[in-house]
Write a new protein. Sequence first.
Length: 252
Amino acid sequence: MKDRGTSRRADITPEHLTAMNEGRAASRTLAEALAVDHTLLLRSVLPDAEDELRATVVEAQSRGILGRMQLIGAALERSLDTDQLARLAAHPSDTVRGWSCFAAAAEDTEPARLLTRLRPFADNSHFAVREWAWMAARPILVTNLDSSIALLAKWTKDKSERTRRFASEALRPRGVWATHIAEFKADPDRGLPILNPLRVDPSRYVQDSVANWINDAAKTNPDWARILCRTWRTDSPTEATERITRRALRSL
């Protein structure tokens, strides 16, 4: 997960932390998002939760953040009905909306259907929800990589920069807090249906994701990254392409 202005946990006020734990406030930085106590949040959001769900969230709180979200999402999918899950998906807490992303991934393991369900989260106004969306989708997307690439290639033409950014971020070869995708390490050309349409994207939010995708691939295929960036600069001599390629090759 990446935010443009993270702060140290020490900078979080007790009042705001309490408000987040009670589901009354959203996180403002990555540090705040990671500081949420999910056991307290569940108690506030679902005071009548069954004992099994409460116990699962207590267990999840001791895990790393990605494992925590996955475990809670799966537990919510098992425990709640459709109306209850719909209310969580619209909750003011970005963490609760994140739970909804992982609940969707626990229920629907077909890439096309899952992406349809996660699209509103991918275009959410809150930075953390957008990160939870691609993290929830990624394990499903890699199970049918060719189909997922074809689906995400269509997202690169969306009018929302957030949706376009999801298209490249979800299947980065290495990603953030995510299992690496071996197929892209072996053959990064497979990602070109997603990358090529974004090489002149005007949004810096998208540009950074595309550059990071190539930078990931460059760690195992440096020549591929150099050749691709040289080709893009020749074929698309724009400021956007120049910025993407410069950032893409920063580790070489």
